[in-house]
Design a protein around this ligand. Sequence first.
Ligand code: NI
Length: 144
Amino acid sequence: MVYITRKAQFSAAHRLNNPILDDKENYEIYDKCNNYWGHGHNYTIEVTICGTPNPDTGYLIDLKQLKKIINENIISKVDHKHLNFDVDFLKGKITTLENMSAIFWQQIQDKLPSGKLFKIKMWETENNSVEYFGEEFLIKSFEN
Ligand code: NI
């Protein structure tokens, strides 16, 4: 088994807020990240594919193809956007790294020409990252 990873960056704004809670409760949970007009991050995402390389090419997946899949299905949709309002597959979702890594997984899972999606790792700051391995969990949708 071989693991191959492609990294990408995007910049975006978001606001962590649950509309079923009141302002005080939201502030207690999300603190600075609840700032009314949002705030920005330079995100990094790493996509790891696993599998057995094709013996004829020596490739598990062509990294040019993987780059294109990540760009078309994730980066081009989120870069320089407000994640709460501009991105159809994030609408109504709370845009934590936890939720976004699982939602991004759904965006690319079925698009890989070879190999299997193994891990998505995302950084919101240099010190804060999340790793997601595909186990499903509940992501609620709220009216914005
Ligand atoms: Ni934030």
